[in-house]
Structures are given as C-alpha cells and as structure tokens.
Design a protein around this ligand. Structure first.
Ligand code: UT7
Length: 311
C-alpha cells in the first residue's frame, strides 16, 4: 500500500499568556484547584483580531518551511477546528488565502472536536493509499477563548488557543501514518457541546469516557499496526487534563516518562492539541527523527481515535 512521510511540522501560540493566578481575579477559582485537578498552569489567549486561520497560517508556514515546500506545492488542505466564528466557508478556505495559495487545491474542515486532527490524518492516510494526493497539509487551529463563558469556572479554566500543523508527503516506502482508527458515539452529544457559541460540559462524565476510550483505541491501533507498547517511543495523548493522560497511559501499560505532556503550558487547545504538543516537544529535543509516536485523542461527539506515526 502506498504511504507517506511526515516532512514538516510546526506550531504557533499567541503572545498573551494567562496564568491560573490571573484567573483567580476573574472568577471563583484558585491556581491550586486548577493545577491539582488538571495539571494546567497557564494558557495562551489570542488577540481579538487574531483568527483561527491566522494562527493556522503561522503554524503552517513553519511546517512548510521545515518541509522545504511552498504553499502551492500542497495539493490538499485539511483543517481540524471547531472554534471559528464563521459558520461557512471552511476555515481551511481562509487558510488557503492567508497562505497565498493559488493552485485551486481542495481545502476543507473536519469538525470532530478534540479528535479532529486524528480524523484528518485518517482521511489523509486513505488519500495517500489511493494515490489521490501527494502533499497534504493538516492543521489544527483553535480560538477556544471565544467559545468560553468567562464566568463559568467549570469550563473557562480548561482551554487555550493555538495551532499545530503537519505536512505529509506521498512516499512509496513511506510509513508516516502507519495505522489509524477513528470512532464516534452520538448518544453522548449532551456531555460536551457548544450552545449559542459557548462550551457546555459534564466534566466528570467526559473524564470517564476519555480515559476508557483513549486507552482502548490506543491498544486497538497498535494491534492494527502489528505493534506492541515496546515498539512505541512516545505516547501523544490529547492534552486535556494530565490526570486523564496519566490514567489512559497506565491502562495501556505505558510509562509516564514516555508521555508527551505540555498541558501545563498550553491547556486544552482541542483540535490543535496533539500537533501543537508534538511540535513543541520536538523543538525541545524530545521527539527525534525515526521515532514512533502513538497519538490518541478524544472529544465531543463523542469522538475518539488514534494513529501510529513515524517521524
Ligand atoms: O477535550 C475534552 C474536553 N474536556 C475534558 O477533557 C474535561 C474532562 N473532565 C475533567 O477534566 C475534570 O472532570 C474537571 C477538571 C472538569 C473537573 O475535575 P474533577 O476532579 O472531576 O472535579 P469534580 O467534578 O470532582 O469537582 C467539581 C467541584 C464542584 O464543586 P462541588 O459541587 O463539588 O462543591 C465544582 O463547582 O469543583 C468545583 N469546581 C471548581 N472549583 C474551583 C469546578 N471548577 C472549578 C474551578 N475552581 N475552576
């Protein structure tokens, strides 16, 4: 089967940092509560005039530079996002324009909440296998700050803004996306959704589903890749809550020192979270070429999925 290679990645976060201490003056919460329940210490918050597509473009440019490609070399743009204020057209269309693309490549969004990036990789893997596209740009970008009720301490403390981008290129011997699995269960839509543009969540229930589904799908995708935990260098779980990440890792038998975790720094950036955390970890010298990453995600829908990628 035809495959692909990950040839570039990049991330972008806005300038403004909001710490847990900053939130103490805005709502009835404490740094102690937020950090002990979630592992979050701070989050980045976009400027009012900074859009989902702006952040996506900055992350994409870094990924394209690393791959040594121009925007017009890309023949398909897939964007994972749920937080754009525009109902249509797709955020990916705005990204196309911001990148200065003129080649009429298809550009579309995948709306699978925090699992969106894994859904996008699953689609890309199928395109590569079918020989349809040669260079696919996948971007997760979220401005969650505009989806939050800043008086609701149950949700406002959990999320942040940012973007992460991957460039995959077709390769005969390539194994960039070795395996991927995606799932959903629409009977739990009421656990996590946005109403009139604001996030509503039953945190405790979401927590249980997150641990169960992320660990199960992680093991499932390993099986479809014909691999074992020992074959994986890094576990890259959706960055929502360090306790969820640690419980899922433990259930899978994965040591915590091989878990990529930057939720303390970026909080939950939904569809951007995995790619952002990965690109940041690589920049810190953690993840290195040739290594294998198990990326697991979970989110509203409910949706969940996992992919084994080689970097
Ligand atoms: O990407 C997927 C998106 N969502 C998630 O991943 C979230 C999944 N859920 C979670 O991460 C956790 O359930 C939370 C962090 C949301 C909550 O942690 P928890 O350990 O499940 O908290 P809890 O439900 O045991 O505690 C809730 C209590 C409530 O008080 P009472 O009713 O017990 O008196 C809340 O009012 O904590 C209170 N609370 C807060 N207190 C201070 C809720 N938010 C806050 C807050 N500061 N920010």
């Amino acid at each position: 089967m035809k495959g692909s290679k990950l040839t570039g990645y990049g991330y972008y976060v806005p300038e403004k940092v909001v710490s847990n201490f900053d939130l103490e003056s805005k709502m009835d919460t404490t740094d102690e509560w937020i950090f002990s329940r979630t592992g979050i210490k701070q989050r980045y918050i976009a400027r009012d005039d900074e859009t989902v597509a702006d952040m996506a473009a900055l992350a994409s440019k870094r990924a394209l530079d690393m791959a040594g490609l121009n925007p017009n070399d890309i023949d398909c743009v897939i964007m994972a996002t749920i937080s754009d204020r525009k109902d249509f057209p797709a955020s990916a269309n705005y990204l196309y324009a911001k990148l200065g693309m003129t080649n009429n490549a298809p550009a579309f969004d995948v709306k699978a909440a925090c699992t969106g990036f894994v859904y996008a990789m699953h689609i890309a893997r199928a395109y590569f296998a079918a020989g349809i596209y040669k260079r696919i740009l996948i971007v997760g970008s979220e401005k969650m700050s505009q989806m939050l009720d800043w008086t609701d301490r149950n949700t406002a403390v959990l999320f942040g803004d940012g973007a992460g981008a991957f460039v995959f290129e077709a390769s005969e011997e390539g194994d960039g996306i070795i395996a991927s699995e995606i799932f959903s269960d629409g009977s739990f839509t009421d656990l996590l959704y946005a109403d009139s543009g604001l996030v509503k969540m039953d945190g405790r229930e979401v927590y249980k589903h997150a641990v169960r589904n992320m660990s199960a799908v992680g093991l499932q995708v390993l099986e479809s890749a014909g691999m074992r935990i020992e074959d994986i260098d890094w576990l890259l779980p959706h960055q929502a809550n360090i306790r969820i990440m640690a419980s899922a890792a433990e259930k899978m038998g994965f040591p915590m020192d091989k878990v990529i975790a930057s939720v303390d720094r970026f909080a939950n950036t939904s569809g951007a979270s995995g790619a952002l955390a990965f690109a940041y970890a690589a920049q810190q010298g953690l993840a290195k070429p040739g290594q294998r990453i198990l990326y697991t995600a979970f989110g509203a829908g409910l949706t969940w999925g996992a992919a084994v990628i080689k970097i």
